[in-house]
Design a protein around this ligand. Sequence first.
Ligand code: HEC
Ligand code: HEC
Length: 508
Amino acid sequence: MRNKKPALIAITLFTSVILAGFAIVGDPDIPRLWDLQKYKSGYMPLADRSVDIQQISEELYYKIPERVGYKTYPFYLPGREPKGYYAWLLGQQPEIVFNISNIKSEADWVKAGEMIYELPMVTQSFMDSAGDMKTLQQWGDLLRSIHAPVAKDGIIPFLQLVVTQKGKISLGLFACAECHNRVMPDSSVLKGGQGNFPFDHWWGKTIKNNIEQYNLNDSSARDYQIGIFRYLYSAAWVRNEDQAFMEKPEPSKAISIFMATVPGVMHRHGSSLGAPTAIPDLFNLQERKYLDHTGAALNRDISDMMRYEAQNQEMEHTNSYGGFKPDPRPDSIILQSYTRFSDAQAYALAKYLYSLKPLANPDKGPRELVARGRIIFEQEECSDCHTPPFYSDNRLTPAAGFTQDKAGKDTFDLCVNTDPKLALYSRRGTGYYKVPSLIGVWNRSALLHGGYVTTLEELFNPARLKNDFMPSGFNPNIDKPFAVKGHNFGLSLDAEDKKALMAFLRSL
Ligand code: HEC
Ligand code: HEC
């Protein structure tokens, strides 16, 4: 009996050390990410209300292997890397840098979140000790051919290198940074700006190169594309021409649609081929009630942001849309093919995202002009929707043709009549478009949900409404004219007033 006491004390001591350790390292406030109830209440219903979105079970999600928080290294435009860079990298040991036990303060969370922002979703083998330089050459050719913006010192800030094993370098793809980094005119990198990697040009060329490299005949090329389209863009319950095209694609036309985008607008998974999404900036996120152009996801608290991150780092493909699964493979294959964020990784990332603040325009324009523009902004009633100080009232406007049900909470009756395809005919389609914030609009070059226009001048040019208009942004008609319809506000102002209005917008 006597002997038990010290043992008990030892155990108690040991437990309290663990608990104390836990209190320091763990954050008891980390919400559980995969929560089906919260998904249900935190996602808007689809335009077709008969189609229900269902996420995979919590049990399955938490069985998926966690993403490993490897250290990432800069990827240089091939030929611009420092001398001996790859030889040095081949000598590096793998290093895991996301480590929850190093997180002690709010600032640490944000810093850890920034690492996750840079962490690739997938990696592909790039180089091993044998030092085969072929892939390097191919990437160099590809990136040059799509005019990928290059940051200071030759860095391509959209892609990363990872060492997962000594003597083996992998190239990382689909990190948040790939689409949400913006290379500025002075070659600096703005994280969370409207990304300007020409993603769809890269994607279109990659598909084209694969068809050529594997010598696919027309019918195999078609099958290859059908597989990609199902996974990324199909909404099987929708009957419209774009969805029909994806079931029977014409391979070269499909590639031309990707090539008809401009940096800043791309076919995100869940959009539909021919109805891409402009990349939003990620500033003042905490002020946004809805995420995505269609307001698909609510942003009620940090746990909603975590669920959004998981959905948009591949888990969306595992959803069921009224029985249609973009990735129809069985659970056993899902477990082998996906990685997931840990709750802590997603939490850190959300903390980082919430910390991002917009960059002020360094060139605000003449003060008097801006002041006059502000008056015009009020006179034209822009502020009814783009309400200061956030320059969005966080409401949703029904897309053209959407018959609104009265259940909608923050919805307008007023339709701005832009192209309704994304809102009506896609997996992201809620029937609505949200009123975007205008803060930071000076630094965007793909405007409206589909990035059809690239400048404010073009947005406020009434000629864009006509059928002979050639937009400078995404053109769904590829090389034929396309009328950029809708959002008719401010179009009839005279030239001076327009100039003032734009100067004001660029000051936000
Ligand atoms: C392949 C490109 C790509 C990658 C990778 C990517 N995003 Fe996005 N992101 C987009 C596009 C395009 C949209 C617009 C989608 C829409 O409107 O439906 C978007 C929208 C968002 C939004 C919604 C903002 C708003 O106000 O509507 C957030 C938040 C976001 N992304 C965060 C992330 C995070 C965090 C990661 C990494 C885990 C990430 N994204 C990875 C392209 C990407
Ligand atoms: C009835 C509400 C409403 C009014 C009034 C309104 N807008 Fe908008 N605005 C929207 C919506 C909704 C969008 C997004 C439409 C889309 O993506 O299809 C938008 C988009 C924009 C954009 C593009 C932003 C981006 O990043 O893509 C700008 C710029 C803009 N509005 C400025 C103005 C100005 C200036 C006025 C007044 C002359 C005005 N708006 C009046 C609802 C409104």
